[in-house]
Design a protein around this ligand. Sequence first.
Ligand SMILES: [Ca+2]
Ligand SMILES: [Ca+2]
Ligand SMILES: [Ca+2]
Ligand SMILES: [Ca+2]
Length: 191
Amino acid sequence: MKPIYILFTFMGMGFLNAQTLVINEIDPDSPGADTAEFIELYSSTPNLALDGYALVLFNGGDDASYASYDLEGQSTDANGYFVIGDSGVVGVSITLMSSGIQNGADAVALYQANKSDFPIDTAATTTNLIDAVVYDSDDADDTGLLTGLGKTVQYNENASSDAANHSLQRQAVVVLKQARPLPIRQIRYLV
Ligand SMILES: [Ca+2]
Ligand SMILES: [Ca+2]
Ligand SMILES: [Ca+2]
Ligand SMILES: [Ca+2]
């Protein structure tokens, strides 16, 4: 598939942005009853078909999945963005299930896989993993999730004591920091 070819090409050339599709921003905790949660993906190639990808949400309580979404038939937009979130969030292509996005310590992961590969309570794995963010809201690092997803950093949405009004946004290839959520489709951090 084309995305794989591009990925390997970038890796071979030693570019920092080895991934063509990443988790760009997440907002697990929103004001009030969490009705403005979202996950935003970004592809360096505009209008990238997301066939063959699945988004999986992991609960740090048992380091296993509590929700999964098939991205078959979806694509990023002309600016490379794709949003899955609560129904009221601007630009949402897929509406989150009632379980929403847990507020941490938990994780969001993008796989080259199908939803059927991740029934509820599937253990976190690095197999076919494209990108993952382990996050929290003033919680201790969850070594089970970090190890399960091959990550070493857990990001704190509440680092500035305002998780409800801050999201975690990609600032570079491997760095996220908390800040106020930006309007969907108006941010572009990746080079
Ligand atoms: Ca939430
Ligand atoms: Ca938030
Ligand atoms: Ca949890
Ligand atoms: Ca855990």
